[in-house]
Design a protein around this ligand. Structure first.
Ligand code: SAM
Length: 222
């Protein structure tokens, strides 16, 4: 499959999904609270590091309708920017989060493979979206994120992980699920080091394990 078909198929899949929590979670809206609780605990550990990131500005990547922004990032950060390529989702985000919420920053309607951050972020959160990027686009994306981190900034990746050794392709939503070894190889190629990893607890048995990784640039100087 060519690169443009891979990206176009995903965009049209999401264009036909309702702008609801259940929609962005593929019918698994009921796991949202457990997911957010796990993320809160993971973020708390990051904010309690010896050299923690600041809590001024966060970026929610592949934000959907702003579920992660609303329940996780906005309560912790002064401002949260969102990047999401689907027009209907991003248009719903302000309303879903609360249109009077002064913490909503800039909304970027663009695919992550093309997105070039224009600000410096304390935390860049990528959840359930990176399977939509080709490996080489993901490496480039991470490199751009690395350059857009504030001092002590952290990139968080929370994604489904394949249990076998092989990458798994989902023809419905045009995404891949990567085994942990491939994720680690991609982090290495993007010159990112893993400073914390966790497997989400309390999810149904019959779904992919979901790993959270906290990442910092390798050449990061304190
Ligand atoms: C499974 S949903 C997750 C949404 C959100 N991260 C959450 O956890 O609630 C995947 C999201 O990724 C978005 N997406 C898919 N491909 C993308 C791309 N190439 N760039 C940016 N967003 C993309 C979809 O439109 C959708 O909103």
């Amino acid at each position: 499959m060519t690169e443009s078909v891979f990206y176009r198929k995903a965009a049209s899949y999401w264009a036909n999904v309702p702008a609801t929590v259940d929609g962005v979670l593929g019918g698994f809206g009921h796991i949202s609270d457990v997911d957010i609780d796990g993320s809160k605990a993971f973020l708390k550990e990051i904010l309690e590091l010896e050299d923690p990131p600041d809590t001024k500005l966060a970026l929610d990547c592949g934000a959907g309708i702003g579920r992660v922004s609303k329940y996780l990032l906005i309560p912790q950060f002064d401002t949260v920017d969102l990047v999401e390529q689907d027009e209907k989702f991003i248009n719903t985000a302000t309303q879903f989060i609360g249109k009077d919420n002064a913490k909503i920053g800039t909304l970027y309607k663009i695919g992550l493979q093309c997105f070039k951050p224009q600000k410096k972020y304390d935390v860049i959160w990528c959840q359930w979206v990176l399977g939509h990027l080709k490996d080489y686009d993901l490496i480039d994306f991470f490199e751009r994120c690395s350059m857009s981190l504030n001092k002590n900034g952290v990139i968080v990746v929370k994604e489904n992980i394949a249990t076998g050794r092989e990458i798994e392709y989902d023809d419905d939503d045009s995404s891949v699920t990567r085994p942990v070894a491939l994720m680690e190889k991609i982090f290495e190629e993007a010159k990112l080091k893993v400073i914390k990893t966790e497997v989400q607890k309390g999810f149904p048995e019959d779904i992919y394990p979901v790993y959270s990784f906290a990442l910092k640039p390798v050449d990061y100087n304190k």
